[in-house]
Write a protein that binds this ligand. Structure first.
Ligand code: NI
Length: 168
């Protein structure tokens, strides 16, 4: 159980395409436990393993923050099966502290993944949860939320982005 430092924009690891998780062992459980502690400490909604410098295809999303009947979900080796209905909403990212921007993303998603024990599951999800899952999925592909912004928005944010990448 440990809070790990979050990798900030500018670190090249955030552009790596993460590799499949091969073993559902204690090492994976420890990693997920550290990710959960780190997410909670940062008051975030979702965190990909690569954001603590481990480029494995794995992310967590705290769905309980959106739906009280839900819980923190672990998505290992996830696959996006279907997306529908674009919508625009403000988004942030723990690797971009202080930056919030409206992003267009699908509002509905069907995703398949394994849990921490290696059990496969599929879920159809909408709204903020769908957005969070797609945002985290991007991380494992080395994609960042700024890649969804217009060049005008990125120009507007260039000062802040430069500052972040120099601080890291
Ligand atoms: Ni993010």
């Amino acid at each position: 159980m440990a809070v790990r430092p979050i990798v900030i924009y500018g670190d090249p690891v955030l552009r790596e395409v993460s590799k499949n998780v091969e073993h559902f062992d204690d090492e994976l459980k420890n990693l997920v436990s550290d990710m959960a502690d780190t997410l909670k400490d940062a008051n975030g909604l979702g965190l990909a393993a690569v954001q603590i410098g481990v480029p494995l295809r794995l992310f967590i999303v705290d769905l309980s923050a959106i739906d009280i009947t839900e819980k923190l979900r672990v998505f290992v080796n996830p696959e996006i099966l279907e997306t529908e209905n674009d919508c625009e909403y403000e988004e942030g990212c723990l690797s971009f502290p202080g930056i919030y921007q409206k992003i267009i993303r699908p509002a509905d998603v069907r995703v398949k993944a394994f849990d921490v024990n290696g059990e496969e599951f599929e879920m159809k999800i909408s709204g903020m949860a769908a957005r969070a899952i797609l945002h985290e999925y991007d991380h494992i592909e080395g994609k960042l939320f700024i890649d969804h912004m217009s060049s005008m928005t990125k120009t507007m944010l260039s000062g802040k982005l430069k500052k972040l990448s120099h601080a890291s």
